[in-house]
Design a binder for this molecule. Structure first.
Ligand code: CP
Ligand code: NVA
Length: 306
């Protein structure tokens, strides 16, 4: 079976640690190099990634393409509406066909089951570039970013305020795999995926769910927010449900004095977090965006064994 990167709970702890460390090393090795140049070693020379998008993207699209370029390879970006996939060709046949042309496939899709079907039928590695259920590539960048700013994430406390969405599933997996405490503050109606919580229980992960943002934030080392309306969501009633979870200066003040603020972006200032927090001194949101590039280079190398 190819080295698929589907969810953080599917990889070993040691592989995840090695990928983060490789991402940090790859970032250091590029100091001073122009963005468009190839890394000194070009481990993916001659290799091609197909990147399929069923949803919009800025970071995932550009960071995967630049990652492949810097590693010496190429990317074919495919919008599903421009593919036969958009007019009924099956995911399984798409996987079989693309596997004859390219060396790896990344997909962003509205249904997690489609990711799994793609992986089941591909003979090359498949990477989860976000589904309705999870966003593991973002978590690799986020763990890397936390550690760059505050050292090892093990035994630290991360508090999530808002919708119990796809990012929360991947944070739950990360908490179990990297050994930190993860507190989710969310309205009951928007609770995290029960399967992710069940996995956390079985894996002995330190994960807690509360309806109080103040309780989750107390003495935390990191506060995380995300959009109130994810791609594919119906926006109705979400603003009402989620406004008590807005991250503002008062909530940040409840966290540890050196707490950082994280957000995977895109940001909605004045909704999930105030502009003061989003653009304030504790915010590391653009470091997270940059680290998508470095962390994914390490993910690609792991997938392709290069
Ligand atoms: N954070 C993230 O995945 O951004 P995009 O939707 O722009 O790819
Ligand atoms: N939860 C958000 C993340 C965007 C990167 C969404 O799914 O739209």
């Amino acid at each position: 079976r190819p080295h698929h990167f589907l969810d953080l709970n599917q990889l070993s702890k040691s592989d995840l640690r090695a990928i983060i460390d490789d991402g940090i090393a790859l970032k250091k090795a590029r100091t001073g190099l122009p963005k468009g140049t190839t890394d000194k070693q070009a481990p993916l020379a001659g290799l091609t990634l197909a990147a399929i998008f069923e949803f919009p993207s800025t970071r995932t699209r550009v960071s995967f393409d630049m990652a492949m370029r810097q590693l010496g390879g190429h990317t074919i970006v495919l919008n599903s509406n421009d593919m036969q996939l958009g007019r009924g060709e099956t995911i399984a046949d798409t996987a079989r066909v693309l596997s004859r042309y390219v060396d790896a496939i990344m997909i962003r899709t509205d249904e997690h089951a489609k990711l799994l079907e793609l992986a089941e039928n591909a003979t090359v590695p498949v990477i989860n570039g976000l589904t309705n259920n999870s966003h593991p590539c973002q978590l690799m960048a986020d763990v890397m970013t936390f550690e760059e700013h505050r050292g090892p994430i093990k035994d630290k406390v991360v508090a999530w305020c808002g919708d119990g969405n796809n990012m929360v599933t991947s944070w739950i997996h990360a908490a179990g795999q990297f050994g930190f405490e993860f507190r989710v503050a969310c309205p009951e109606e928007l609770s995290p995926d029960p399967a992710a919580l069940a996995w956390a229980k079985e894996a002995g992960a330190n994960v807690h769910v509360t309806q109080s943002a103040a309780e989750a934030a107390a003495d935390a080392n990191c506060i995380v927010a995300d959009t109130w309306v994810s791609m594919g969501d119906d926006a109705a009633n979400r603003h009402n449900l989620l406004s008590p979870y807005q991250v503002d200066d008062a909530l940040m003040a409840r966290a540890a004095s050196d707490a950082i603020f994280m957000h995977c972006l895109p940001a909605h200032r004045g909704e999930e977090a105030t502009a003061e927090v989003m653009d304030g001194p504790q915010s590391v949101i653009f470091d997270e965006a940059e680290n998508r590039l470095h962390a994914q280079k390490a993910v690609l190398r792991w997938c392709l064994g290069a």
